[in-house]
Design a protein. Sequence first.
Length: 137
Amino acid sequence: MEIILVYKHSHFVAGLLFYCLALGNASSASANDTSVESATWRFEFDNDVFFNKDNKISSGWSLQKHSAVAASWDTLEHVPHFIRDLGKDIPTLTREGLVYRAGIAIGQVIQTPNDLSRSDLIEDDVPYAGALTLQAT
C-alpha cells in the first residue's frame, strides 16, 4: 500500500492514521500478495499547514483503488464494466503485448487565498475554490 500523508494541525490524527494503515498493510502482506501486480489501495492527503506553505492548494485528498494486472481488459478482476468497455474502445490501449490495470479514485482539492480574513475581491491571489473529483484510469 502506498501512502502519501501530509497533515499539519494534529500529529495525533496523523499518527493514528499511519498506525491503522500499517495494520492494514501488515494483513495484506501476510496474504503473500504484495507484488506490483496485485490490487492496491492508495490514500493521499495534503494540507498546507504541515510545511507552512500554501503553493495555491490549501487542502486535498484522494482515495484510489487499483486493480491487479491482467492479460486483457476482459480478464481484469473487480473492475466496473464501463471502465473495461472504455479501455477496449481506445485503440492505443489494446495493442499486442500490453498488460492491463485499471484504477478508480475519488478526491477533493481546495484552494483559499492567503488572507482568509478578507471578504473583498483579492486580485493578486487565488479565489476560494474547490473540486470534488471522480477518476477512472
